[in-house]
Design a protein around this ligand. Structure first.
Ligand SMILES: NC(=O)c1ccc[n+]([C@@H]2O[C@H](COP(=O)([O-])OP(=O)(O)OC[C@H]3O[C@@H](n4cnc5c(N)ncnc54)[C@H](OP(=O)(O)O)[C@@H]3O)[C@@H](O)[C@H]2O)c1
Length: 249
């Protein structure tokens, strides 16, 4: 029986929301951090008593680090039944014409290649144990283009494609893969953008353009990720749930 969930980027805004939602279903939730050990510890401490929070360092740009984190979680928390990938780069929002090769490399290296490193370790493990669930946090910007956001959206389009490929190739081994695509969030990176960029009038106009008239919260993403990760979504694979208050409609 699988016992633990792992959230890559669990120290981040949306990852923390995923960890808290997963804690309702999973006896242990591992929260990976890259540099934010205090934030990961705070997320672990915020989980209900029924679920063990397990902070663990992981750099997704280094496959040895990914392997070590996964091994530590399996050893200390029990077999891993689900993995949520919510690790991402803090980015500016440049026009495509302004993005240099180095910047493209940095984002693809952390996000797309980071996800590839994670699945390179997890897929053999999931096959061996007879199944597992993968959920990746991507972006609604692959459905409705957001000017300046393609540097964030493009690596996530590749992640979505990988999840669909995993769904088709690995389904016979009991492995599912789905993605959650956040819209405009007032958590994590989005919260910083709202606080630091543009004007309050701009954000008020943006809020009014969202059918549900509010920005999303980490909990909204967490609910969707926890659902996909659970047996309640046992017949769902290769799907994307856009969690955006209706913005892309
Ligand atoms: N929030 C939004 O508005 C929004 C909207 C759409 C899509 N998204 C996407 O959702 C994902 C999560 O966003 P967020 O708002 O939660 O971002 P965030 O708060 O900045 O969190 C990013 C997470 O990624 C981790 N990370 C960064 N580099 C890493 C590396 N090399 N190895 C391992 N982990 C690494 C960070 O770890 P440390 O902090 O511990 O260093 C942190 O846990 C991102 O891909 C983002 O683009 C966010």
């Amino acid at each position: 029986m699988t016992k633990s969930a792992i959230v890559f980027g669990g120290s981040g805004g949306l990852g923390a929301g995923c960890a808290r939602a997963l804690a309702r279903d999973w006896p242990a939730v591992a929260i990976t951090y890259h540099k934010g050990v205090e934030r990961a510890e705070a997320v672990a401490a915020s989980l209900p008593e029924s679920s063990r929070g397990y902070p663990v360092q992981c750099d997704v740009s280094d496959v040895a680090s990914v392997r070590a984190a996964i091994a530590a979680v399996a050893r200390d928390c029990g077999p891993i039944g689900c993995a949520v990938f919510s690790a991402g780069c803090a980015i500016e929002q440049p026009y495509i014409s302004q993005i240099g090769e180095e910047q493209w490399r940095e984002v693809f290296e952390t996000e797309t290649m980071g996800f590839i490193r994670v699945i390179s370790v997890l897929l053999p493990l999931f096959r061996e144990q007879g199944g597992g669930s993968i959920v990746a946090v991507t972006s609604m910007a692959n459905t409705r283009v957001v000017v300046g956001d393609t540097i964030s959206a493009a690596p996530k389009a590749a992640i979505e494609s990988l999840c669909r490929g995993i769904a088709k190739e690995e389904g016979r081994f009991g492995i599912r893969a789905n993605t959650v695509a956040p819209g405009a969030m007032n958590s994590g990176l989005g919260e910083q953008y709202i606080a630091e960029r543009m004007t309050p009038e701009f954000w008020e106009g943006f809020r009014k353009s969202i059918p549900l008239r509010r920005f999303g919260l980490a909990e909204d993403i967490g609910e969707a990720a926890a659902f996909f990760a659970s047996d309640r979504a046992g017949y769902l694979t290769g799907q994307t749930l856009i969690v955006d208050g209706g913005y892309t409609l």
